[in-house]
Ligand binder design. Structure first.
Ligand code: ZN
Length: 209
């Protein structure tokens, strides 16, 4: 079943979602909700969907990055984004830790800036800086503990979806001068390097490290 995707402006997208108990995760209601979220994400299509996006203020996320979604990108663009196939999986009550680099610096300092969009803010995209590497501790759909180590695009998806559980949208983190319609992103900026996009649109991050 396809669920309605909640759009920006609805309060549920700005609330902190509550954790699920192990019994709740295994309940028919949540098991069914996970199936419906999977169908809704595939139908959209999207690479991730968080429960607040279908109006449920719960710490529940589904993710799947299929090869067919990556067809618009060249091999070089996929490599630059470190974007690979991610099979369907479920995260419950995720705790995200940003990996630190060898010199102790937060890896957020390493630029990883690309266009990002959201099914709850349709029609637009903007450059968003995201950490390159992270770890997530969570439960899966069988209420089993999992630890995920992710990098590149998968790390970006995780940050975007876990932000949803904390009432944060990508527009809170975007370089606002790079806000672009999806149509213009494809027409004008598809093959332009990030630094040039920032420079031409006058994004201040173009001059910061
Ligand atoms: Zn989103």
């Amino acid at each position: 079943m396809r669920l309605k995707i909640v759009q920006a402006g609805e309060e549920v997208l700005r609330q902190r979602a509550r954790a699920l108990t192990r019994d709740e995760i295994l309940s028919p209601r949540i098991q069914e909700l996970i199936e419906h979220m999977r169908d809704t994400m595939r139908d959209a299509p999207g690479v991730g969907l968080a429960a607040p996006q279908i109006g449920e203020s719960l710490q529940l996320v589904v993710i799947e990055d299929r090869a067919e979604y990556q067809r618009e990108l060249t091999a070089a663009q996929l490599a630059e984004r470190d974007r690979k196939y991610v099979p369907f999986h479920v995260l419950v009550n995720p705790k995200l830790t940003i990996a630190t680099s060898k010199d102790g610096q937060n890896s957020r300092n390493t630029p990883n800036i690309f266009f990002e969009g959201c099914l709850s803010v349709p029609g637009y995209t903007a450059l968003v800086s995201r950490a390159n590497a992270l770890t997530v501790e969570c439960l899966n759909e069988r209420a089993e503990s999992m630890t995920i180590s992710a990098s590149g695009w998968y790390a970006r998806i995780l940050q975007h979806e876990i932000d949803h559980l904390n009432g944060i949208l990508y527009v809170d983190r975007m370089e606002s001068r790079t806000l672009t319609t999806l149509e213009n992103a494809r027409r004008i900026w598809k093959d332009t390097p990030t630094a040039e996009i920032q420079s031409r649109l006058g994004s201040k991050s173009a001059t910061t490290s």
